[in-house]
Design a protein around this ligand. Structure first.
Ligand code: SF4
Length: 642
Protein backbone atom coordinates (compact mmCIF):
# COMPACT_ATOMS: atom_id res chain seq x y z
CA UNK A 1 0.00 0.00 0.00
CA UNK A 2 1.34 3.44 -0.92
CA UNK A 3 1.67 5.95 1.92
CA UNK A 4 -0.54 9.04 1.45
CA UNK A 5 1.15 12.16 -0.02
CA UNK A 6 1.91 14.65 2.72
CA UNK A 7 1.17 18.35 2.46
CA UNK A 8 3.90 20.48 3.99
CA UNK A 9 3.32 24.02 5.24
CA UNK A 10 6.36 26.21 5.99
CA UNK A 11 5.74 29.11 8.36
CA UNK A 12 7.64 32.35 9.02
CA UNK A 13 6.74 33.22 12.62
CA UNK A 14 6.67 36.75 14.05
CA UNK A 15 8.75 38.77 14.16
CA UNK A 16 11.06 39.13 11.20
CA UNK A 17 11.42 41.84 8.62
CA UNK A 18 8.38 43.56 7.11
CA UNK A 19 9.65 44.85 3.76
CA UNK A 20 10.26 41.49 2.14
CA UNK A 21 9.74 37.84 3.12
CA UNK A 22 12.46 36.19 5.15
CA UNK A 23 13.80 33.73 2.55
CA UNK A 24 13.92 30.43 4.44
CA UNK A 25 10.42 29.24 3.57
CA UNK A 26 10.91 30.31 -0.06
CA UNK A 27 14.06 28.17 -0.25
CA UNK A 28 12.57 25.13 1.39
CA UNK A 29 9.26 25.35 -0.47
CA UNK A 30 11.12 25.67 -3.79
CA UNK A 31 13.30 22.71 -2.90
CA UNK A 32 10.43 20.49 -1.74
CA UNK A 33 8.41 21.25 -4.87
CA UNK A 34 11.43 20.37 -7.00
CA UNK A 35 11.25 16.94 -5.32
CA UNK A 36 7.54 16.56 -6.02
CA UNK A 37 6.35 17.38 -2.50
CA UNK A 38 3.06 19.25 -2.07
CA UNK A 39 4.53 22.30 -0.30
CA UNK A 40 3.01 25.68 0.63
CA UNK A 41 4.15 28.61 2.77
CA UNK A 42 2.79 31.43 4.87
CA UNK A 43 4.29 34.54 6.49
CA UNK A 44 2.54 34.95 9.82
CA UNK A 45 4.89 37.80 10.83
CA UNK A 46 3.48 39.99 8.09
CA UNK A 47 -0.04 38.69 8.63
CA UNK A 48 0.11 39.62 12.31
CA UNK A 49 1.27 43.15 11.61
CA UNK A 50 -1.41 43.58 8.96
CA UNK A 51 -4.04 42.52 11.52
CA UNK A 52 -2.74 44.77 14.26
CA UNK A 53 -2.49 47.84 12.07
CA UNK A 54 -6.13 48.10 11.05
CA UNK A 55 -8.92 50.22 12.59
CA UNK A 56 -10.18 47.16 14.47
CA UNK A 57 -6.68 46.21 15.59
CA UNK A 58 -6.03 49.70 16.91
CA UNK A 59 -9.36 49.66 18.72
CA UNK A 60 -8.27 46.51 20.54
CA UNK A 61 -5.01 48.24 21.43
CA UNK A 62 -6.93 51.27 22.69
CA UNK A 63 -8.94 49.05 25.05
CA UNK A 64 -5.71 47.68 26.55
CA UNK A 65 -4.25 51.16 26.83
CA UNK A 66 -7.34 52.53 28.57
CA UNK A 67 -7.17 49.66 31.06
CA UNK A 68 -3.77 50.88 32.23
CA UNK A 69 -3.73 53.18 35.26
CA UNK A 70 -3.18 56.68 33.95
CA UNK A 71 -0.03 57.19 36.00
CA UNK A 72 1.58 54.19 34.31
CA UNK A 73 0.98 55.32 30.76
CA UNK A 74 4.06 56.30 28.80
CA UNK A 75 4.32 59.33 26.53
CA UNK A 76 3.70 57.06 23.53
CA UNK A 77 0.49 55.71 25.06
CA UNK A 78 -0.72 59.20 26.01
CA UNK A 79 -0.09 60.49 22.49
CA UNK A 80 -1.95 57.48 21.05
CA UNK A 81 -4.99 57.89 23.28
CA UNK A 82 -5.13 61.65 22.79
CA UNK A 83 -5.13 61.32 19.01
CA UNK A 84 -6.88 57.98 18.72
CA UNK A 85 -9.52 59.09 16.19
CA UNK A 86 -6.83 60.35 13.85
CA UNK A 87 -4.88 57.11 14.18
CA UNK A 88 -7.97 55.11 13.38
CA UNK A 89 -8.82 57.15 10.32
CA UNK A 90 -5.33 57.16 8.91
CA UNK A 91 -4.06 53.63 9.58
CA UNK A 92 -5.66 52.08 6.50
CA UNK A 93 -4.40 54.71 4.05
CA UNK A 94 -0.92 54.73 5.61
CA UNK A 95 -0.58 50.96 5.27
CA UNK A 96 -1.71 51.13 1.64
CA UNK A 97 0.84 53.89 1.04
CA UNK A 98 3.68 51.90 2.63
CA UNK A 99 2.66 48.89 0.56
CA UNK A 100 3.07 50.97 -2.58
CA UNK A 101 -0.63 50.79 -3.42
CA UNK A 102 -1.47 54.49 -3.01
CA UNK A 103 1.52 56.65 -3.84
CA UNK A 104 -0.45 59.90 -4.29
CA UNK A 105 -1.06 60.04 -0.54
CA UNK A 106 2.59 61.08 -0.24
CA UNK A 107 1.71 64.74 -0.74
CA UNK A 108 -0.70 64.81 2.19
CA UNK A 109 1.61 62.86 4.47
CA UNK A 110 4.62 65.01 3.56
CA UNK A 111 2.68 68.18 4.39
CA UNK A 112 2.62 66.95 8.01
CA UNK A 113 -1.05 67.70 8.49
CA UNK A 114 -2.57 64.28 7.94
CA UNK A 115 -0.82 62.02 10.44
CA UNK A 116 -0.95 62.25 14.21
CA UNK A 117 2.55 62.68 15.61
CA UNK A 118 3.85 60.93 18.72
CA UNK A 119 7.23 60.96 20.49
CA UNK A 120 9.07 59.31 17.58
CA UNK A 121 8.67 62.48 15.56
CA UNK A 122 11.10 64.16 17.96
CA UNK A 123 13.80 62.44 15.87
CA UNK A 124 13.09 65.03 13.21
CA UNK A 125 14.59 67.66 15.49
CA UNK A 126 17.88 65.81 15.20
CA UNK A 127 18.00 67.00 11.63
CA UNK A 128 17.64 70.57 12.81
CA UNK A 129 20.73 70.04 14.98
CA UNK A 130 22.25 68.19 12.11
CA UNK A 131 21.72 71.12 9.81
CA UNK A 132 24.29 72.79 12.03
CA UNK A 133 22.01 74.74 14.23
CA UNK A 134 19.80 76.36 11.62
CA UNK A 135 16.58 77.10 13.38
CA UNK A 136 13.19 77.42 11.74
CA UNK A 137 12.06 76.25 8.31
CA UNK A 138 11.34 72.63 7.54
CA UNK A 139 14.00 70.34 9.00
CA UNK A 140 13.10 67.58 6.55
CA UNK A 141 13.77 69.81 3.60
CA UNK A 142 17.41 69.68 4.57
CA UNK A 143 17.39 65.91 4.40
CA UNK A 144 15.27 65.33 1.35
CA UNK A 145 15.62 68.43 -0.75
CA UNK A 146 12.68 69.80 -2.65
CA UNK A 147 11.95 66.73 -4.76
CA UNK A 148 11.84 63.88 -2.28
CA UNK A 149 8.12 63.95 -1.50
CA UNK A 150 7.76 60.17 -1.69
CA UNK A 151 10.75 59.55 0.55
CA UNK A 152 9.78 62.24 3.00
CA UNK A 153 6.29 60.79 3.29
CA UNK A 154 7.69 57.28 3.66
CA UNK A 155 9.94 58.43 6.48
CA UNK A 156 7.08 60.20 8.27
CA UNK A 157 4.82 57.17 7.86
CA UNK A 158 7.59 55.00 9.30
CA UNK A 159 7.85 57.24 12.35
CA UNK A 160 4.07 56.96 12.71
CA UNK A 161 4.28 53.14 12.66
CA UNK A 162 7.20 53.22 15.10
CA UNK A 163 5.04 55.26 17.47
CA UNK A 164 2.35 52.58 17.21
CA UNK A 165 4.92 49.82 17.83
CA UNK A 166 5.94 51.68 20.99
CA UNK A 167 2.30 51.76 22.09
CA UNK A 168 2.07 48.00 21.56
CA UNK A 169 5.19 47.54 23.68
CA UNK A 170 4.01 49.89 26.44
CA UNK A 171 0.32 48.99 26.62
CA UNK A 172 -0.05 45.45 25.24
CA UNK A 173 3.12 43.40 25.51
CA UNK A 174 6.43 44.76 26.73
CA UNK A 175 8.27 42.12 24.68
CA UNK A 176 7.04 43.47 21.32
CA UNK A 177 9.28 45.08 18.71
CA UNK A 178 8.99 45.17 14.90
CA UNK A 179 11.86 42.83 14.18
CA UNK A 180 11.98 40.75 17.32
CA UNK A 181 9.44 39.45 19.77
CA UNK A 182 10.24 38.15 23.26
CA UNK A 183 13.84 37.69 22.21
CA UNK A 184 15.28 37.35 25.72
CA UNK A 185 13.24 34.18 26.34
CA UNK A 186 15.33 32.39 23.72
CA UNK A 187 18.64 34.16 23.12
CA UNK A 188 21.47 32.22 24.85
CA UNK A 189 18.88 31.14 27.42
CA UNK A 190 20.38 28.16 29.27
CA UNK A 191 17.04 27.07 30.74
CA UNK A 192 13.64 26.59 29.13
CA UNK A 193 11.93 27.73 32.35
CA UNK A 194 11.30 31.39 31.32
CA UNK A 195 9.94 30.30 27.93
CA UNK A 196 7.75 27.61 29.52
CA UNK A 197 6.34 30.15 31.98
CA UNK A 198 5.61 32.65 29.18
CA UNK A 199 3.87 29.99 27.11
CA UNK A 200 1.76 28.95 30.08
CA UNK A 201 0.70 32.55 30.82
CA UNK A 202 -2.61 34.02 29.69
CA UNK A 203 -2.39 35.08 26.04
CA UNK A 204 -1.77 38.73 25.20
CA UNK A 205 -3.65 40.51 22.43
CA UNK A 206 -0.77 39.58 20.12
CA UNK A 207 -1.00 35.92 21.13
CA UNK A 208 -4.75 35.96 20.54
CA UNK A 209 -4.39 37.40 17.06
CA UNK A 210 -1.69 34.89 16.25
CA UNK A 211 -3.92 32.06 17.45
CA UNK A 212 -6.73 33.21 15.14
CA UNK A 213 -4.33 33.57 12.21
CA UNK A 214 -2.89 30.10 12.86
CA UNK A 215 -6.31 28.46 12.86
CA UNK A 216 -7.26 30.28 9.65
CA UNK A 217 -4.03 29.07 8.06
CA UNK A 218 -4.71 25.47 9.07
CA UNK A 219 -8.23 25.69 7.64
CA UNK A 220 -6.90 27.09 4.38
CA UNK A 221 -3.96 24.77 3.81
CA UNK A 222 -4.88 21.59 5.75
CA UNK A 223 -1.24 20.56 6.21
CA UNK A 224 0.00 17.20 7.48
CA UNK A 225 3.38 18.63 8.40
CA UNK A 226 4.23 22.15 9.59
CA UNK A 227 7.79 23.47 9.41
CA UNK A 228 8.47 26.35 11.77
CA UNK A 229 11.44 28.30 10.50
CA UNK A 230 13.08 30.30 13.30
CA UNK A 231 15.89 32.48 11.96
CA UNK A 232 16.47 34.51 15.14
CA UNK A 233 15.81 34.15 18.86
CA UNK A 234 13.17 36.88 18.50
CA UNK A 235 10.96 34.52 16.50
CA UNK A 236 10.97 31.47 18.79
CA UNK A 237 8.31 32.49 21.30
CA UNK A 238 5.76 33.19 18.56
CA UNK A 239 6.76 29.98 16.77
CA UNK A 240 5.94 28.01 19.91
CA UNK A 241 2.66 29.90 20.36
CA UNK A 242 1.79 28.86 16.80
CA UNK A 243 2.77 25.27 17.65
CA UNK A 244 0.57 25.43 20.74
CA UNK A 245 -2.43 26.50 18.63
CA UNK A 246 -1.78 23.78 16.05
CA UNK A 247 -1.49 21.03 18.65
CA UNK A 248 -4.68 22.17 20.38
CA UNK A 249 -6.55 22.16 17.08
CA UNK A 250 -5.11 19.02 15.53
CA UNK A 251 -2.51 16.99 17.46
CA UNK A 252 -1.94 14.74 14.44
CA UNK A 253 -0.14 17.44 12.50
CA UNK A 254 3.60 16.80 12.73
CA UNK A 255 5.59 19.93 13.63
CA UNK A 256 9.29 20.38 12.91
CA UNK A 257 11.41 23.27 14.14
CA UNK A 258 14.50 24.47 12.28
CA UNK A 259 16.30 27.58 11.03
CA UNK A 260 19.23 29.80 11.93
CA UNK A 261 18.45 30.13 15.64
CA UNK A 262 18.08 26.38 16.04
CA UNK A 263 21.25 25.67 14.06
CA UNK A 264 23.25 28.06 16.18
CA UNK A 265 21.81 27.86 19.67
CA UNK A 266 20.05 24.51 20.11
CA UNK A 267 22.90 22.19 19.17
CA UNK A 268 23.11 20.74 22.68
CA UNK A 269 19.38 20.57 23.25
CA UNK A 270 18.46 18.42 26.24
CA UNK A 271 15.10 19.93 27.19
CA UNK A 272 12.21 17.47 26.76
CA UNK A 273 9.57 20.15 27.42
CA UNK A 274 10.28 21.74 24.02
CA UNK A 275 8.66 18.61 22.60
CA UNK A 276 5.37 19.48 24.25
CA UNK A 277 5.12 21.94 21.35
CA UNK A 278 7.06 20.47 18.45
CA UNK A 279 7.80 16.88 17.41
CA UNK A 280 11.13 17.26 15.62
CA UNK A 281 14.00 19.71 15.77
CA UNK A 282 16.38 19.61 12.81
CA UNK A 283 19.89 21.03 12.57
CA UNK A 284 21.71 22.83 9.74
CA UNK A 285 20.72 22.90 6.08
CA UNK A 286 17.13 21.68 6.10
CA UNK A 287 16.92 19.87 2.78
CA UNK A 288 18.37 16.48 3.71
CA UNK A 289 16.84 16.21 7.22
CA UNK A 290 13.42 17.14 5.79
CA UNK A 291 13.57 14.58 3.00
CA UNK A 292 14.41 11.96 5.61
CA UNK A 293 11.64 13.17 7.92
CA UNK A 294 9.04 13.12 5.16
CA UNK A 295 10.07 9.60 4.21
CA UNK A 296 9.77 8.56 7.84
CA UNK A 297 6.34 10.17 8.19
CA UNK A 298 5.33 8.53 4.90
CA UNK A 299 6.39 5.16 6.35
CA UNK A 300 9.23 4.77 3.86
CA UNK A 301 12.11 4.92 6.30
CA UNK A 302 12.65 3.95 9.92
CA UNK A 303 13.05 6.45 12.72
CA UNK A 304 16.65 5.33 13.23
CA UNK A 305 17.44 6.76 9.80
CA UNK A 306 16.39 10.34 10.49
CA UNK A 307 19.11 12.87 9.67
CA UNK A 308 20.35 15.52 12.18
CA UNK A 309 17.07 15.39 14.08
CA UNK A 310 16.23 15.68 17.79
CA UNK A 311 13.21 13.74 19.02
CA UNK A 312 11.78 12.98 22.46
CA UNK A 313 11.78 9.36 23.61
CA UNK A 314 10.84 8.23 27.12
CA UNK A 315 10.86 11.88 28.15
CA UNK A 316 14.47 12.30 27.07
CA UNK A 317 15.86 14.18 24.12
CA UNK A 318 17.57 11.96 21.59
CA UNK A 319 19.66 13.09 18.64
CA UNK A 320 19.41 10.87 15.60
CA UNK A 321 21.86 11.36 12.78
CA UNK A 322 21.91 8.71 10.12
CA UNK A 323 24.71 10.18 8.07
CA UNK A 324 23.77 10.99 4.51
CA UNK A 325 25.37 13.60 2.23
CA UNK A 326 23.74 17.02 2.10
CA UNK A 327 21.91 18.06 -1.04
CA UNK A 328 24.54 19.92 -3.13
CA UNK A 329 23.98 23.67 -3.52
CA UNK A 330 23.76 23.13 -7.28
CA UNK A 331 20.71 20.88 -6.72
CA UNK A 332 18.67 22.75 -4.10
CA UNK A 333 16.29 24.13 -6.71
CA UNK A 334 14.94 27.63 -7.18
CA UNK A 335 13.29 29.46 -4.30
CA UNK A 336 9.62 30.24 -4.80
CA UNK A 337 7.62 33.05 -3.28
CA UNK A 338 4.39 31.51 -4.49
CA UNK A 339 1.69 31.95 -1.86
CA UNK A 340 3.26 34.95 -0.14
CA UNK A 341 1.38 38.25 -0.57
CA UNK A 342 4.18 40.16 -2.27
CA UNK A 343 2.10 43.31 -2.71
CA UNK A 344 1.41 43.55 1.01
CA UNK A 345 4.94 44.02 2.39
CA UNK A 346 5.78 47.42 3.83
CA UNK A 347 8.58 49.57 2.47
CA UNK A 348 9.79 51.44 5.53
CA UNK A 349 12.29 54.27 5.66
CA UNK A 350 13.87 54.44 9.10
CA UNK A 351 17.19 55.91 8.11
CA UNK A 352 17.65 58.64 5.55
CA UNK A 353 21.01 57.21 4.54
CA UNK A 354 20.70 55.82 0.99
CA UNK A 355 22.58 52.59 1.69
CA UNK A 356 21.05 51.89 5.06
CA UNK A 357 17.55 52.08 3.70
CA UNK A 358 18.09 49.07 1.45
CA UNK A 359 17.45 46.80 4.44
CA UNK A 360 13.99 48.13 5.14
CA UNK A 361 12.84 49.70 1.89
CA UNK A 362 11.79 47.73 -1.15
CA UNK A 363 11.00 44.12 -1.80
CA UNK A 364 14.19 42.28 -2.66
CA UNK A 365 14.33 38.71 -3.90
CA UNK A 366 16.80 36.97 -1.61
CA UNK A 367 19.21 34.49 -3.05
CA UNK A 368 22.63 33.09 -2.20
CA UNK A 369 25.50 32.90 -4.64
CA UNK A 370 27.12 30.06 -2.68
CA UNK A 371 26.56 27.99 0.46
CA UNK A 372 28.87 28.91 3.33
CA UNK A 373 31.97 31.10 3.35
CA UNK A 374 35.06 30.52 1.21
CA UNK A 375 37.28 32.26 3.79
CA UNK A 376 35.99 30.69 7.06
CA UNK A 377 38.84 31.98 9.20
CA UNK A 378 37.60 35.05 11.10
CA UNK A 379 38.08 34.36 14.77
CA UNK A 380 34.80 35.97 15.94
CA UNK A 381 32.67 34.05 13.43
CA UNK A 382 30.85 30.72 13.84
CA UNK A 383 33.32 29.04 11.50
CA UNK A 384 32.76 25.64 13.09
CA UNK A 385 29.11 25.57 12.01
CA UNK A 386 27.76 24.21 8.74
CA UNK A 387 26.29 27.48 7.47
CA UNK A 388 29.82 28.94 7.38
CA UNK A 389 32.12 25.94 7.06
CA UNK A 390 30.48 23.99 4.23
CA UNK A 391 31.44 26.01 1.19
CA UNK A 392 29.76 25.02 -2.07
CA UNK A 393 29.09 26.94 -5.23
CA UNK A 394 26.77 26.65 -8.19
CA UNK A 395 27.67 27.53 -11.76
CA UNK A 396 26.94 31.02 -13.07
CA UNK A 397 24.50 29.41 -15.50
CA UNK A 398 22.52 27.79 -12.67
CA UNK A 399 22.42 31.06 -10.71
CA UNK A 400 21.30 33.05 -13.74
CA UNK A 401 18.61 30.42 -14.43
CA UNK A 402 17.38 30.85 -10.84
CA UNK A 403 17.38 34.63 -11.25
CA UNK A 404 15.40 34.45 -14.48
CA UNK A 405 12.88 32.08 -12.92
CA UNK A 406 12.44 34.33 -9.88
CA UNK A 407 11.95 37.47 -11.98
CA UNK A 408 9.39 35.55 -14.03
CA UNK A 409 7.53 34.47 -10.91
CA UNK A 410 7.64 37.64 -8.82
CA UNK A 411 7.83 40.32 -11.52
CA UNK A 412 10.53 41.97 -9.37
CA UNK A 413 14.06 42.52 -10.61
CA UNK A 414 15.77 43.50 -7.33
CA UNK A 415 18.02 40.87 -5.70
CA UNK A 416 19.72 40.78 -2.34
CA UNK A 417 22.45 38.14 -2.29
CA UNK A 418 22.39 37.13 1.36
CA UNK A 419 25.67 35.20 1.49
CA UNK A 420 27.80 35.71 4.57
CA UNK A 421 30.62 36.60 2.15
CA UNK A 422 29.95 36.13 -1.55
CA UNK A 423 33.03 34.78 -3.36
CA UNK A 424 34.59 37.23 -5.86
CA UNK A 425 35.18 34.53 -8.44
CA UNK A 426 31.54 33.48 -8.47
CA UNK A 427 30.35 37.11 -8.53
CA UNK A 428 32.56 37.81 -11.52
CA UNK A 429 31.27 34.78 -13.41
CA UNK A 430 27.69 35.68 -12.52
CA UNK A 431 28.15 39.30 -13.65
CA UNK A 432 29.50 38.10 -17.00
CA UNK A 433 26.56 35.71 -17.38
CA UNK A 434 24.02 38.43 -16.50
CA UNK A 435 25.58 40.72 -19.09
CA UNK A 436 25.69 37.95 -21.67
CA UNK A 437 21.97 37.25 -21.15
CA UNK A 438 21.20 40.99 -20.96
CA UNK A 439 19.25 40.49 -17.75
CA UNK A 440 18.47 43.95 -16.37
CA UNK A 441 18.46 43.36 -12.61
CA UNK A 442 19.65 45.39 -9.61
CA UNK A 443 21.51 43.54 -6.92
CA UNK A 444 23.47 44.03 -3.72
CA UNK A 445 25.29 41.69 -1.40
CA UNK A 446 27.79 41.03 1.32
CA UNK A 447 31.48 40.39 0.71
CA UNK A 448 34.95 40.51 2.25
CA UNK A 449 36.78 43.65 1.21
CA UNK A 450 39.63 41.64 -0.28
CA UNK A 451 41.97 42.87 -2.94
CA UNK A 452 40.59 40.57 -5.63
CA UNK A 453 37.94 43.26 -5.98
CA UNK A 454 40.00 45.43 -8.32
CA UNK A 455 38.54 48.64 -9.80
CA UNK A 456 37.96 46.70 -13.05
CA UNK A 457 36.00 43.97 -11.25
CA UNK A 458 34.02 46.62 -9.33
CA UNK A 459 33.07 48.23 -12.66
CA UNK A 460 32.07 44.87 -14.15
CA UNK A 461 29.85 44.19 -11.14
CA UNK A 462 28.30 47.66 -11.45
CA UNK A 463 27.65 47.05 -15.16
CA UNK A 464 25.81 43.84 -14.26
CA UNK A 465 23.47 45.70 -11.89
CA UNK A 466 25.34 45.86 -8.57
CA UNK A 467 24.14 48.92 -6.64
CA UNK A 468 25.56 48.31 -3.16
CA UNK A 469 27.97 46.16 -1.19
CA UNK A 470 28.39 45.53 2.52
CA UNK A 471 31.37 43.96 4.20
CA UNK A 472 33.19 43.68 7.49
CA UNK A 473 35.88 46.18 8.34
CA UNK A 474 35.29 45.21 12.01
CA UNK A 475 37.85 47.11 14.09
CA UNK A 476 39.83 49.42 11.79
CA UNK A 477 43.17 48.46 13.29
CA UNK A 478 45.80 46.38 11.55
CA UNK A 479 46.85 44.78 14.85
CA UNK A 480 43.30 43.65 15.60
CA UNK A 481 42.50 42.68 12.01
CA UNK A 482 45.49 40.34 12.16
CA UNK A 483 44.41 38.95 15.52
CA UNK A 484 40.92 38.30 14.18
CA UNK A 485 42.34 36.67 11.01
CA UNK A 486 40.25 38.88 8.78
CA UNK A 487 42.86 38.70 6.04
CA UNK A 488 42.63 42.39 5.13
CA UNK A 489 44.39 45.61 6.20
CA UNK A 490 42.78 49.01 6.75
CA UNK A 491 44.51 50.56 3.74
CA UNK A 492 43.49 47.65 1.54
CA UNK A 493 39.88 48.07 2.63
CA UNK A 494 40.16 51.76 1.77
CA UNK A 495 41.34 50.99 -1.77
CA UNK A 496 38.74 48.26 -2.35
CA UNK A 497 35.83 50.31 -1.02
CA UNK A 498 36.96 53.30 -3.08
CA UNK A 499 36.94 51.06 -6.16
CA UNK A 500 33.32 50.20 -5.46
CA UNK A 501 32.38 53.79 -4.74
CA UNK A 502 34.07 55.02 -7.93
CA UNK A 503 32.01 52.47 -9.87
CA UNK A 504 28.86 54.03 -8.37
CA UNK A 505 28.28 51.24 -5.85
CA UNK A 506 27.23 52.25 -2.32
CA UNK A 507 29.32 50.70 0.44
CA UNK A 508 28.31 49.74 3.97
CA UNK A 509 30.90 48.68 6.55
CA UNK A 510 30.17 46.38 9.47
CA UNK A 511 32.19 47.74 12.34
CA UNK A 512 32.98 46.15 15.67
CA UNK A 513 34.16 47.29 19.07
CA UNK A 514 35.06 45.47 22.25
CA UNK A 515 37.21 42.79 20.60
CA UNK A 516 39.60 41.04 23.04
CA UNK A 517 42.60 43.23 23.94
CA UNK A 518 41.06 46.31 22.25
CA UNK A 519 42.21 49.41 24.12
CA UNK A 520 40.64 52.87 24.28
CA UNK A 521 43.40 54.06 21.96
CA UNK A 522 42.54 51.29 19.46
CA UNK A 523 38.91 52.43 19.51
CA UNK A 524 39.73 56.09 18.96
CA UNK A 525 42.18 55.28 16.17
CA UNK A 526 39.65 52.96 14.53
CA UNK A 527 37.03 55.71 14.60
CA UNK A 528 39.52 58.12 13.04
CA UNK A 529 40.01 55.65 10.19
CA UNK A 530 36.25 55.32 9.80
CA UNK A 531 35.91 59.13 9.70
CA UNK A 532 38.49 59.29 6.94
CA UNK A 533 36.79 56.51 4.97
CA UNK A 534 33.59 58.55 4.97
CA UNK A 535 35.46 61.77 4.22
CA UNK A 536 37.19 60.20 1.22
CA UNK A 537 33.97 58.74 -0.15
CA UNK A 538 35.06 55.12 0.39
CA UNK A 539 32.03 54.16 2.48
CA UNK A 540 28.59 55.71 2.74
CA UNK A 541 27.15 53.73 5.62
CA UNK A 542 28.22 51.71 8.64
CA UNK A 543 27.07 50.07 11.82
CA UNK A 544 28.96 49.42 15.04
CA UNK A 545 28.30 46.03 16.65
CA UNK A 546 29.56 45.15 20.10
CA UNK A 547 31.76 42.06 19.87
CA UNK A 548 30.01 39.02 21.34
CA UNK A 549 31.93 35.86 22.07
CA UNK A 550 30.09 32.76 20.90
CA UNK A 551 30.86 29.20 21.88
CA UNK A 552 31.25 28.19 18.23
CA UNK A 553 33.86 30.80 17.26
CA UNK A 554 37.65 30.40 17.42
CA UNK A 555 37.73 32.99 20.25
CA UNK A 556 35.19 30.95 22.25
CA UNK A 557 36.98 27.69 21.48
CA UNK A 558 40.47 28.96 22.38
CA UNK A 559 40.09 32.07 24.57
CA UNK A 560 43.68 31.99 25.87
CA UNK A 561 44.96 32.65 22.36
CA UNK A 562 43.09 35.96 22.47
CA UNK A 563 44.16 36.90 25.98
CA UNK A 564 40.77 36.45 27.62
CA UNK A 565 39.18 34.13 30.15
CA UNK A 566 35.67 32.75 29.66
CA UNK A 567 33.10 33.01 32.44
CA UNK A 568 31.79 29.46 32.92
CA UNK A 569 28.21 28.96 31.77
CA UNK A 570 25.56 27.47 34.06
CA UNK A 571 24.27 24.04 33.11
CA UNK A 572 22.70 24.41 29.65
CA UNK A 573 19.75 22.29 28.57
CA UNK A 574 18.29 24.75 26.10
CA UNK A 575 19.99 27.57 24.13
CA UNK A 576 23.73 28.08 24.05
CA UNK A 577 25.53 30.74 22.07
CA UNK A 578 26.97 33.87 23.68
CA UNK A 579 29.42 33.45 26.51
CA UNK A 580 30.75 36.13 28.85
CA UNK A 581 34.48 36.71 29.20
CA UNK A 582 37.01 38.67 31.18
CA UNK A 583 39.33 40.89 29.18
CA UNK A 584 42.28 42.04 31.30
CA UNK A 585 42.34 45.42 29.51
CA UNK A 586 39.22 46.29 31.55
CA UNK A 587 38.02 48.91 29.02
CA UNK A 588 34.46 50.25 29.45
CA UNK A 589 33.28 49.40 25.94
CA UNK A 590 29.65 50.25 26.74
CA UNK A 591 30.59 53.86 27.40
CA UNK A 592 32.70 54.04 24.25
CA UNK A 593 29.92 52.44 22.23
CA UNK A 594 27.65 55.42 22.91
CA UNK A 595 30.16 57.72 21.23
CA UNK A 596 30.76 55.34 18.34
CA UNK A 597 27.07 55.10 17.56
CA UNK A 598 26.65 58.85 17.74
CA UNK A 599 29.59 59.32 15.39
CA UNK A 600 28.41 56.81 12.79
CA UNK A 601 24.87 58.17 12.80
CA UNK A 602 26.17 61.65 12.05
CA UNK A 603 28.73 60.50 9.50
CA UNK A 604 25.95 58.72 7.61
CA UNK A 605 24.17 62.03 7.35
CA UNK A 606 27.38 63.75 6.25
CA UNK A 607 27.79 65.59 9.53
CA UNK A 608 30.82 66.16 11.74
CA UNK A 609 33.35 64.79 9.29
CA UNK A 610 35.71 67.70 9.95
CA UNK A 611 35.59 67.32 13.70
CA UNK A 612 38.20 65.71 15.92
CA UNK A 613 36.77 62.27 16.76
CA UNK A 614 37.01 63.04 20.48
CA UNK A 615 33.96 65.27 20.06
CA UNK A 616 31.73 62.15 20.10
CA UNK A 617 32.97 61.17 23.55
CA UNK A 618 32.03 64.34 25.41
CA UNK A 619 30.28 62.11 27.97
CA UNK A 620 33.73 60.76 28.95
CA UNK A 621 35.61 63.97 29.73
CA UNK A 622 39.38 63.54 29.91
CA UNK A 623 39.17 59.79 29.32
CA UNK A 624 39.57 59.60 25.58
CA UNK A 625 42.99 60.26 24.07
CA UNK A 626 43.79 61.96 20.78
CA UNK A 627 43.92 59.65 17.76
CA UNK A 628 47.42 58.58 16.81
CA UNK A 629 46.42 58.12 13.16
CA UNK A 630 47.42 60.98 10.84
CA UNK A 631 44.40 62.91 9.56
CA UNK A 632 45.22 62.15 5.91
CA UNK A 633 46.30 58.54 6.20
CA UNK A 634 43.50 57.16 4.03
CA UNK A 635 43.88 59.88 1.39
CA UNK A 636 47.56 59.00 1.15
CA UNK A 637 46.82 55.28 0.95
CA UNK A 638 44.40 55.90 -1.91
CA UNK A 639 47.13 57.64 -3.85
CA UNK A 640 49.47 54.68 -3.55
CA UNK A 641 49.35 51.72 -5.93
CA UNK A 642 47.72 48.61 -4.39
S1 SF4 B 1 33.13 36.80 9.23
FE1 SF4 B 1 32.47 36.65 7.12
S2 SF4 B 1 34.35 36.42 5.94
FE2 SF4 B 1 34.85 35.94 8.05
S3 SF4 B 1 34.66 33.73 8.21
FE3 SF4 B 1 32.70 34.62 8.84
S4 SF4 B 1 31.46 34.65 7.01
FE4 SF4 B 1 33.58 34.36 6.36
Amino acid sequence: MNAPALRVLSVIPPMTQLNTPYPSTAYITGFLRSRGVDAVQVDLALALVLQLFTPAGLQAVQLRALAQPEAERTASVHAFLDQFQRYQHTIGPVMAFLQGRDSTLAHRIAARELLPEGPRFAALEVYVDAALGEEGGDPLAWAFGALGVQDKARHLATLYLNDLADVLRDAVDERFAFVRYAESLASSQPSFDPMAAALAAAPTLIDELLHTLTLATLARHTPDVVLLSVPFPGALYAALRIAQSIKAQNPHIAIALGGGFVNTELRELAEPRLFDFVDYVTLDAGERPLLALLEYLGRKRSKQRLVRTFVREDNEVRYINFVEPDVPFEDVGTPTWDGLPLDRYLSLLDMLNPMHRLWSDGRWNKLTVAHGCYWKKCSFCDVSLDYISRYETASAGTLADRIEAIVGETGQTGFHFVDEAAPPKALKALAQELLRRQLPISWWGNIRFEKTFTPELCQLLADSGCIAMSGGLEVASDRLLTLMKKGVSVEQVARVTKGFADAGILVHAYLMYGFPTQTVQDTVDALEYVRQLFENGCIQSGFFHRFACTVHSPVGLDPAAYGIELIPLPEVTFAKNDIGFIDPTGVDHDALGIGLRKAIYNYMHGIGLDEDVRVWFSHLPGKVPKATVGRHRIAKALNQPA
